[in-house]
Write a protein of this length. Structure first.
Length: 58
């Protein structure tokens, strides 16, 4: 899990390692978000994260 600012880096790393990785991205940037904004981001992404962790491998 990472913010959208790291999509290219995640894809590059997955390619370098020779395998796909499960990825879930949040809006970017996150460092200056309020607690309420962080809760909203978490609420918006938790189902995708659970699906990646428990579902079939891509």
């Amino acid at each position: 899990m990472a913010s959208e600012g790291f999509i290219d880096a995640a894809e590059t790393q997955a390619t370098a390692l020779g395998h796909p990785t499960a990825r879930v991205f949040t809006p970017h940037p996150i460092q200056d978000r309020t607690d309420d904004e962080m809760r909203e981001i978490a609420d918006d992404t938790v189902e995708a994260l659970i699906a990646k962790l428990t579902g079939p491998q891509d």
